[in-house]
Design a binder for this molecule. Structure first.
Ligand code: F6R
Length: 242
C-alpha cells in the first residue's frame, strides 16, 4: 500500500485525477470502478475540466459503481445513479449505456447481484477502482465485520453510516437502511485501487486502514493486502498516522 499525503483536498483531487488520466493514456477503453459521497466530487470536477479541455476522453470507458441504496428509484435525488449522472456522467463524453450502478431496485436482488459480478467479469474486470472511506473504515458499503472475501450483495448499513449520510436527506424523508454493494473480494480484484481521504473526521479510519491489523473491523485494512493500492490523504486525514 502506497500512502501519499498532500496539503489540501484540492491537491488530493488533482493527484487522483492524474492517476485516472495516466490510466486512460495507457488504456483508453479502461474499466472504472467508481464511488459516490462527498470525497470524490472534486476529483470528478477535475476530470470533467480535463475532458472539456480535450486532454482526456471517456468515449471507450465502461464504469461500475460501488454501491446503491435499496428501494430508491434511479430518479431519486439521493440515489447513487442520480448522483453519478448529475456529478459526473452528464458532463463527460462517456456513453451512458456503458455506466452501471448496482441494482438497488431489483425484484430479485440475489440474481441481480450475481449478474452485476458477471457484468464486471465480462468487461474484463476493473482496471482502476476509486474509493472513499467511511469514518468506521467501510469501503463501498462493506461495513465493519463484513466478510473480507465478500462479493456484490445486500448489506444493512450501520447506525453510524445512516447518521453520517442523513445530511443528504431532508428531515422526515425516507432514508434507506439497506444497500447493494460490491464486496471486499470484488474490490480486491481491481488491478489498481485509488482511495481518497480528506478531513479530520477520517483520521482514525485512515490510521486503522494503514497501520492497524488487517481485520474485518476495519474493512479498508484489507487494502494492505492489495498489490497496487494508493491511499491519497490530506494532512487532516493523515494526522493520526505515526
Ligand atoms: C460511496 C461509498 C462510501 C463512501 C464513504 C465516504 O460510494 O462507497 O464508502 O466512499 O462513505 O463517504 P464521503 O466521501 O461522503 O465521506
Amino acid at each position: 500500500m502506497k500512502v501519499v499525503i498532500l496539503d489540501s483536498p484540492a491537491e488530493v483531487a488533482r493527484y487522483g485525477a492524474d492517476i485516472f488520466q495516466q490510466q486512460l493514456q495507457r488504456k483508453p477503453a479502461s474499466v472504472f470502478g467508481l464511488a459516490t459521497g462527498s470525497t470524490p466530487v472534486q476529483l470528478y470536477r477535475e476530470l470533467i475540466a480535463r475532458n472539456r479541455a480535450g486532454n482526456i476522453s471517456f468515449r471507450d470507458v465502461r464504469s461500475f459503481n460501488l454501491d446503491e441504496y435499496m428501494d430508491l428509484p434511479p430518479t431519486h435525488p439521493q440515489s447513487y445513479r442520480y448522483f453519478m449522472d448529475s456529478e459526473f456522467f452528464d458532463h463527460i463524453d462517456i456513453d451512458p449505456a456503458n455506466t452501471r450502478v448496482p441494482p438497488g431496485d431489483a425484484a430479485d436482488p440475489i440474481t441481480a447481484c450475481a449478474e452485476y459480478e458477471q457484468a464486471i467479469a465480462g468487461a474484463g474486470g476493473i482496471d482502476i477502482q476509486l474509493l472513499g472511506i467511511g469514518r468506521n473504515g467501510h469501503i463501498g458499503f462493506n461495513e465493519p465485520t463484513s466478510c473480507l472475501t465478500s462479493r456484490t450483495r445486500v448489506k444493512t448499513l450501520t447506525r453510524e453510516t445512516i447518521a453520517d449520510n442523513a445530511r443528504f436527506f431532508a428531515e422526515g424523508e425516507h432514508q434507506p437502511h439497506l444497500s447493494v454493494t460490491m464486496g471486499i473480494g470484488t474490490i480486491m480484484e481491481a488491478r489498481l485501487v485509488v482511495l481518497l481521504a480528506t478531513g479530520a473526521s477520517k483520521a482514525a479510519a485512515v490510521k486503522a486502514m494503514v497501520e492497524g491489523p488487517v481485520s474485518a473491523w476495519c474493512p479498508a485494512s484489507m487494502l494492505q493486502m492489495h498489490p497496487a493500492a494508493v491511499v491519497i490523504a490530506d494532512e487532516d486525514a493523515a494526522s493520526h498516522l505515526s
